[in-house]
Each structure stands twice: as structure tokens, then as C-alpha cells.
Design a protein around this ligand. Structure first.
Ligand code: ATP
Ligand code: FE
Length: 365
């Protein structure tokens, strides 16, 4: 059994073919990151155009690598929610058309559920388990109860961590440093932070008084903006010049974001424990989303898990950022469980993309 997965929710056109035992038989990814970095953000119409230009090639490459034709597919899966409307529309239409043309079942996929379940392709992890999703658009702690049963324990009240890192990197003009060429904001901050002092600048510790498990990154971002402004004033920085001590600034910013993630995740562990939501002998924390590529954050989470008696599972970086593999795997899990599989052509035609879609019931209040 083989499922094709298609991802176009943001700025990556991804496609992959996976088998029921979790083998990636073929995959391809066309990233628009460079172009959007130059524009300082994603322009939806441009993103749609690039998805349209690339999708055929990306799907063909994934199929060719898997040495199969669409006729051999068990089912076609595509991200239908959440994400940017225009980019999503391309993958949804392409996936539906392909399924209808070859008489294959179609499986609509939730992008964040796919991020969360990638770990199950690589390791044996039984439900329920705790998940921390940290990306460009989300910050969520959720309880994965079953394939189609998710409970939100906490989410961000403002920015996502990747968003704070990207906006921080832009404010610091990291793109003007040759050593950061082509890197996402988060990766550039991590790179520069390696030779910086994480305690050089003081950042606030957000939400210490909040009993819930929510997150907030806007205050940390604002603090970074203030530090940049005062350093620029102090040193008479002009134009596209990067502030002095940029390594220390990045290290301190990354350290503050990490500390906040750690404190809130710890709160979530306490939450699920007092409510008996996770069996004590099977405590696993899965972390995914682009920010989970960050080694500093991974290291800190590992120490938290060691102390709390949790097993930490983080997929390799190329499976943490957006890709077609995670969509194909989610499609495969749904196929094997026969949950959310559409067979009937009217049902398939009726599928619409949904820019906003919560991940499940909200337990965070
Ligand atoms: P979402 O999944 O919420 O829809 P997205 O799909 O845009 O958002 P991903 O592709 O999962 O997000 O992740 C992209 C984000 O990950 C960017 O904000 C980027 O800065 C961040 N990121 C990538 N690498 C790193 C890193 N090494 N350290 C920190 N952040 C990183
Ligand atoms: Fe994503």
C-alpha cells in the first residue's frame, strides 16, 4: 500500500510517497523561502503562482523516485487546513483532480496533525502522548489521544516562536550577513547564537503569573526590538549595517525563547499528570514544527524530559519543517485506520480548503 501526500499550505511545495511500514519511497520539495526572504514576507499571490508552477514537477519527481505511476497509488492525501488560503487552494485542487482522474480515494489532511504524527512514522509511539508544536504559525501543546482525537492544552496568545524569530532576524538585518545567506530567521539566530553569550542581555520571563499553559512571544520580540534600537543609537549604526554584539543579542533572545518554551511545557506536563491524562509509565513528549530544528531548544527540552521522566522524541530537522512526507504519512495512518477517507466523487469534489482550523477540543481555559 502506498499513499501520495501533497503539501502547499505555506511556502513549500512538497510531495512524497510512503508505504504502510513507514518507508519513504519517493519525495520532492520546492522551497520558495529565498524569494520570500527577499520580499521580507510571503506574498500570497506570488506563493500561489510558484506552487502552480512547481506542483506538477514535484509530484512527478516523487512518483518517479518511487518508481510508480498514479494508477499504483492506494490513495491521494493533501493538506487542506490550516494555512494560507491561496497556497492551500493549489494543493487541494491538484490532489482532488489527481484522485478523481485515477479513481483513487482522497484523504484531507490537517497540517498540524501531520507535523505531530511524523514521529510515529519513525518510532513506535502509542497514543496518548504529549506534543509540542513550534513553528512559523503555531505554538501549541496538545494531547494526542487518537488519530482523530486531539486536545489543546495551551497555545500562544500572540506570536508563534518562529514568527518572533523571523521578525527578530529581520529587525537585526541578519540577511545582510554573508554567513546567514539563505537561512530562515530562526536558523540565522541559532547560527549566530553559537558564538554569543546567552546571558549578555536581559529579557523578561513572560506569563510567570499565569496558571494556564498558554504562551506569549510578542513581549520577547518587543524587547529584542528595543535592544536593537538602543544598540544602533549607541553605536551610530546606519543603513543595512548589523549591530555590534549581534551574536550576544541572538544568543540571549534564543535563550529567552527557550526558557519560556520550557516553563510552559513543564506546566503542561503537570497539567496532564494531575488530571491523569497520560499513563505514568508511558510519558512521551513529541516535538515538531520548524523551530524544533533548533539544537539549543532540543537540548533544553531533553534536560526537561530527563528531569520529568519523559521520553523526548524529535524528528530529524528535514521532517520538522514543512514537507510532503508528513502529509503522505498522515494519509497512510488515516488509510490504515479508515478514518476520514473519501471514496465518492461528489464527496471529493465538495472538499474545500480551510485557512483556520483548530486542532481539536480546547482544554486550555
Ligand atoms: P505552520 O506549521 O505553523 O503552518 P510553517 O509551516 O511556516 O508554519 P514550519 O515550516 O514548520 O512553519 O517552520 C518554519 C519556521 O521554523 C520559521 O519561522 C523558521 O524561522 C523556523 N526555524 C527553522 N529552522 C530553525 C532553527 N534552526 N531554529 C529556530 N527556528 C527555526
Ligand atoms: Fe508547518
Amino acid at each position: 500500500q502506498v499513499v501520495l501526500g501533497i503539501e502547499t499550505s505555506c511556502d513549500d511545495t512538497g510531495a512524497a510517497v510512503v508505504s504502510s511500514d513507514g518507508q519513504v519511497l519517493g519525495q520532492a520539495l520546492a522551497s520558495q523561502q529565498d524569494l520570500h526572504l527577499r520580499h521580507g514576507g510571503i506574498i500570497p499571490t506570488l506563493a500561489r503562482q510558484l506552487h502552480e508552477d512547481n506542483i506538477q514537477q514535484v509530484v512527478d519527481t516523487a512518483l518517479a523516485e518511487a518508481r510508480i505511476s498514479p494508477q499504483d497509488l492506494t490513495a491521494v492525501a493533501a493538506t487542506v487546513k490550516p494555512g494560507m488560503a491561496l497556497p492551500l487552494s493549489v494543493g487541494v485542487q491538484y490532489g482532488k483532480d489527481l484522485a478523481l482522474a485515477h479513481n483513487k480515494p482522497f484523504i484531507p489532511v490537517h497540517h498540524m496533525e501531520a507535523h505531530a504524527l511524523t514521529a510515529r512514522m519513525l518510532y513506535k509511539i502509542d497514543f496518548p502522548f504529549l506534543v509540542l508544536l513550534v513553528s512559523g504559525g503555531h505554538c501549541l501543546v496538545v494531547l494526542a489521544r487518537a488519530l482523530h482525537q486531539w486536545s489543546i492544552i495551551g497555545s500562544t496568545l500572540d506570536d508563534a516562536p518562529g514568527e518572533a524569530l523571523d521578525k527578530g532576524a529581520r529587525r537585526l538585518k541578519l540577511r545582510n550577513l554573508p554567513e546567514c545567506a539563505g537561512m530562515s530567521g530562526g536558523r540565522a539566530v541559532e547560527h549566530l547564537a553559537k558564538s554569543g553569550d546567552p546571558l549578555a542581555f536581559t529579557f523578561p520571563s513572560p506569563m510567570l503569573q499565569h496558571a494556564d499553559c498558554s504562551f506569549s512571544f510578542a513581549g520577547l520580540k518587543q524587547c529584542l526590538f528595543k535592544i536593537a534600537e538602543s544598540l544602533e543609537g549607541e553605536h551610530g549604526v546606519v543603513g543595512g549595517q548589523v549591530v555590534p554584539q549581534v551574536n550576544d543579542v541572538c544568543a540571549s533572545f534564543q535563550h529567552a525563547i527557550t526558557g519560556h518554551l520550557l516553563r510552559r511545557t513543564h506546566k503542561a506536563m503537570v497539567y496532564v499528570s494531575v488530571r491523569d491524562l497520560l499513563p505514568p509509565h508511558a510519558q512521551t513528549l513529541v516535538v515538531s514544527g520548524g523551530v524544533a530544528c533548533n539544537q539549543y531548544i532540543r537540548g533544553a527540552l531533553q534536560r526537561l524530559c530527563d528531569t520529568a521522566g519523559y521520553q523526548l522524541i524529535v524528528p530529524p530537522p528535514h521532517l520538522c519543517t514543512d514537507n510532503g512526507i508528513m502529509i503522505a504519512w498522515n494519509g497512510m495512518e488515516r488509510w490504515l485506520a479508515q478514518i476520514g477517507v473519501l471514496y465518492n466523487s461528489e464527496e471529493i469534489e465538495a472538499v474545500r480548503f480551510e485557512p483556520r482550523a483548530p486542532m481539536g477540543e480546547d482544554l486550555s481555559e
